[in-house]
Design a protein around this ligand. Sequence first.
Ligand code: ATP
Ligand code: MG
Length: 409
Amino acid sequence: MSRAATRGRLAPPVASPPALPSAETVAGLYDRSLDVLAALRRRGQMEVENYPTRRYSITRAAAMVGRTPTAIREAEKDGRLAGVERMVNGRRVGYTLHEVNAMRDVFSTRPWREPGDPPAVIAVQNFKGGVGKSTVSVHLAQYLAGRGYRVCLIDCDSQGSSTSMFGVIPDLDVQEDETLYPFIRNAEMSSLAYAVKPTQWDGLYLVPANLRLYSAEYELAARVARSEPTLLNRIAEGIASIVDHFDVIILDPPPALGTISLSVMRAANALLVPIPPTIVDFTSTTSFFAMLHETMGVLAERGYPVDLRWIRMLITRADEGKSIQREITGLMRTVFGDTMLRTVLKDSAEIDNASARMMTVYDLDGPVTSRETYNRCLTQLNGVNGEVETLIRLTWPSQAARLRAEGVL
Ligand SMILES: Nc1ncnc2c1ncn2[C@@H]1O[C@H](COP(=O)(O)OP(=O)(O)OP(=O)(O)O)[C@@H](O)[C@H]1O
Ligand SMILES: [Mg+2]
């Protein structure tokens, strides 16, 4: 359609245009949005203090620990393990992850890295928005914690999506001085420990984010450009200050190539790239790889080489009903081969429903939709996370022999 024709369809000018929203109106909208979020969380009974604690049956706990239910019962009887709470009918109420981890300690089945093994610092990164970075980050962090690893998830995005999946409302429950922000801007701070908070998952810690982290983006850009390129190393330094306590650090960056994303790249030693199998997302991801290459060069020039032990692409949000998506997935497999994870994370109502409750699929004990949908989603999540777990263990010399024994190598 020509411009003239388009113009011809416009309505005639009105006598007085509607009043523009004032700054106060916008501030009011922000305050009311926080009220809505708080009400939604109450509705889902997700107040942080009464967040549901998952419990595992003795059979499940035994599988998690790597021993038999009989071995657990015997250890409880002879006092090596504290007896578990029982219901009126005498049945065990189920074990919390904290209790499962206590069993792992007693049976020496913790999967922790040895001091000589490098900690895994995984960035779940793609500059494209909405591809599932935060969803993948939190489910991976909880899966690994469930397996008994010591995990820290660092929310590097001022949107605080990962933070909110722990039932925490970033702009209501988190203070600026509890985030990465003070550490990033104050070069004299030596430890990030102040921001590391325990979560409902035993062994999983969170560095939360809120909107103030956005200021770091501007401040950092100006200072790095002016005279302080060393600030690009701040996230790496923050991680170095806490990493002795962890096996795995997971970084959830914002969807943009800003200074925080650069700092995340610099800090990471592994990269997981979620990509929905659509033309638009794939096109952006192609640009992401081009920028990644360029950025790695720039960082290296500044004395901050990026040292990645592995890169994997992960198909997310796939809709198997769409033939074009199946085609793109197939094509990517042919072209990228082993650089892609085998498991595909499909679009699932279970993930949608869990995130609407400010939770994850792993937090929920059972299905929100149907048993079939839930099981399918769980199988995919466990498949993806299990593949990442193997990649992590492959980088640990102490585990190589065990992996060989398991037939992985
Ligand atoms: N496999 C999935 N099935 C259903 N919904 C999903 C899935 N993955 C992500 N989502 C939903 O898509 C939305 C965006 O996901 P998410 O926040 O994880 O993406 P992101 O890449 O972190 O976004 P941003 O770029 O804004 O940080 C969320 O509402 C999330 O619940
Ligand atoms: Mg996100």
